[in-house]
Design a protein around this ligand. Structure first.
Ligand code: AVI
Length: 313
């Protein structure tokens, strides 16, 4: 497990590097401290944020077909927290899953949510791995013969071009012939729908984004005045992605630890990209990473897709 101290140190280093870059940017993984993870769960319940509930609807509707692809004796390996309705639903309904591995960057969130799962599924072998899956890591040794990775929620969309390539390649090296990968991928669609999904009326997404400033205040002794910044999210058509930024509302100086960072009015920190794909675009990416696209399930409105990929020899 990565120690908290080591994480803080790299957080500090990455923050300084990111805020000294032009344009300023921070890696989206830093949005997910405990509070950030809580706020993300809240986002998924807003009426505007369609991905979570649409993916859930697909999983429910296609349960039998998914079950056929997973088979009878599989270990399900999930990237992200173990708290989502999706994993609870699959573990409850798919009797072929004998073992479950939860991998998450937020240790406290991971342990808490997995504790609950363990109580509800006493027959299941449960493993937890606190890891940043954007860097190499290894899986615990498993009893089950078949491995199926589960990466829901279109988190793949939060990686840039190179990162997603590296990630998919890394996933294929964790698997052996016949193993599978179930991955949720958000689809390209009407831009108004996309815009409101990242600008919800209750401003939960705003709170999620601005929590990053509060996190830096809490953990890095920074002095961001949150009221001097604003959430900004828009669809970048050319790049095919939602961009989330934190905009400075005035010229200002912020202290982070020993360092000072200056912001001009209107300058932004790019905190997250959320790429959207067509089914074909995603399947092409999968093929380049040694996967065979076996099946894709979508909803009636074509908002979201769930793919079953099989690793090649
Ligand atoms: C986790 N990830 C797929 C979310 C997304 O839609 O890109 C994170 C998020 N950011 C703002 N709202 C949701």
């Amino acid at each position: 497990m990565t120690s908290v101290k080591a994480m803080e140190k790299s957080f500090y280093k990455d923050v300084l590097t990111g805020l000294r870059s032009v344009p300023k940017r921070l890696e989206p993984k830093y949005l997910y401290d405990y509070r950030g993870s809580e706020l993300f769960e809240e986002i998924t319940k807003t009426p505007e944020y369609y991905p979570t509930r649409t993916e859930m609807r697909i999983l429910k509707k296609e349960l039998n077909s998914i079950s056929d692809y997973i088979g009878d004796e599989a270990a399900l390996i999930e990237f992200g927290s173990g708290s989502s309705e999706k994993i609870k639903f699959l573990l409850h309904h798919l009797k072929g899953i004998k073992e479950y591995v939860a991998i998450d960057i937020s240790e406290s969130f991971l342990l808490q949510s997995v504790e609950k799962l363990k109580k509800e599924h006493q027959h299941l072998y449960v493993h937890t791995v606190c890891a940043d899956y954007t860097v190499p890591f290894s899986l615990p040794s498993l009893k089950a013969k078949k491995k199926v990775l589960f990466f829901p929620g279109s988190t793949i969309g939060n990686f840039d071009k190179q990162e997603r390539k590296t990630f998919l390649n890394r996933m294929s090296t964790l698997l052996t012939k016949g193993d599978g990968f179930i991955i949720g991928v958000d689809l390209k669609k009407d831009e108004k729908l996309l815009h409101s999904a990242y600008n919800d009326a209750k401003q939960v997404t705003r709170a999620f984004n601005l929590n990053l400033l509060q996190r830096m205040n809490r953990e890095l002794l920074a002095n961001f005045m949150v009221e001097n910044f604003e959430h900004k999210a828009f669809y970048n058509h050319e790049e095919g992605r939602i961009e989330m930024h934190i905009e400075s509302l005035k010229d200002q100086l912020v202290t982070i630890g020993e360092e000072e960072i200056s912001f001009q009015k209107g300058e932004t920190i790019h905190t997250e990209s959320s790429y959207k794909f067509s089914v074909q675009e995603f399947q092409n990416l999968a093929k380049e990473a040694n996967f065979i696209p076996k099946k894709v399930w979508t909803d009636e409105e074509n908002l979201f897709s769930v793919h079953y990929l099989e690793v090649k020899a």
